[in-house]
Design a protein around this ligand. Sequence first.
Ligand code: EPZ
Length: 451
Amino acid sequence: MDHLDGLRTRLVVDGGRRLEGSVEVPGAKNAALPIMAAAILAEGEVVLHAVPRITDVDVMASILESLGARVREQPGGTLVIDTSSIASHAAPYALVSKLNASFDVAGPLLARFGRAQVPQPGGCVLGPRAVDLHLKGFEALGAAVTLEHGSIIASAESLTGADITLDRPSVGATENIMLAATRAKGTTTIRNAAREPEVCDLAEFVNAMGGRVRGHGSSTITIEGVRKLRGVEYTIIPDRLMAGTYLLAGAITGGDVTVKGLDPAFLTALTDALSASGAQVTASGVSVRVQGNAARKPVDIVTSPFPGFPTDLQPQFVAYLSLAHGTSTVEETIFDARFVYVSELARMGADIRVAGRTAIVTGVERLKDAVVEAPDIRAGGALVLAALAAEGTTQIGGLEFIDRGYEFFEEQLATLGASIARASAVEPVMPRQDLGETIRMPRIVTPFRAS
Ligand code: EPZ
């Protein structure tokens, strides 16, 4: 196990502190990634503001550069993307395999070059990450789609608008088909389209470039093909999933946290569930405040496409429910395997039983410190929340996942009063009997303390 060599970097959290204060919400990862891919459509320079500084953005930038684009980072989360010199339509496996959203380059490449060659995407292990709906959409627009040596190849002399009904409101398929249709001849209709705010942000970006997308935010989106799309300056919407994670940090520690800079309508499903659990929620203008409540009531949730309860806040909410006074059920309807993290919460004393796509969460009196490992981005957020509420000092590995999706995570939490820092394990301490290993307890070497 690599932590035996003491070289592992982990988040070290001293739990049991109430979080209080307010945080600004960064730009949304799940809007920035498809918008960066959509920059391929603009013959010219695109300037994006409020791009979160996370490794998923770095990977997407590298994919664009591998295609021939120039990507420059400016201070304060601004990216300048010049795609005028793009000459390739083939995205490299080494990069695509790191990021599920990288498949979003397929639609823009197909629209601009009449050809896209993109390996089957990788990303979080949440269950199969199929792209069949994307491909059906491309074929409906007139593209021929084949699978060769692990890469999907879509090609077309020209694309023609079509009436497409999705079997399920897939975020990625809605986005990819929208982008492919932007320069098709005639009008495309996407029925049973995803309604997520990030899909709407992508549509607004396309329209800012001169596109004609209508109906986004509803289940039926129409795209009128245009001949040309121009470079544009655009600001990414705030990240509702980061915002929800900070609000849950306040709730799980019995604290009082306000997130600023986002439309409360982005988080209604979460704030309704928090209110049902007994937390006090105050929404106004562009901020949401949550005051935690020690007498936390159990709440049953079912994840579903927007505006339902977001699957990307399911792990974090389960961590919160693990300290409720009673039993909750959480049904995951979007992904096949999104409860992998439960075993890590159990190591901290949570009482959660998983049966298929449902978790039965029986609240416990307290969570206790442990050495845990994040298996994916949102599970990383859940483990941090559990550590903030737990007694003792918890170590969280898998920072490569946390860094994929959470900008300045420990810094923001520290400004709310958390004791949290990155540390590399440097000294042997007590052996862990159950696994016969010597766990090297980290000495804080790079403490972050709010100034
Ligand atoms: C987007 O993924 C998000 N990622 C995910 O966030 C989010 O969980 C998901 O939407 C659902 O809201 C980005 O936006 C970058 P889907 P995406 O297409 O587009 C199945 C995070 O942590 N499906 O709506 O991949 C698929 O297997 C990530 O930020 C098909 O069967 O989601 C999955 O079970 C995790 N065929 C379900 O639909 C298809 O062609 C949801 O997929 C496409 C999808």
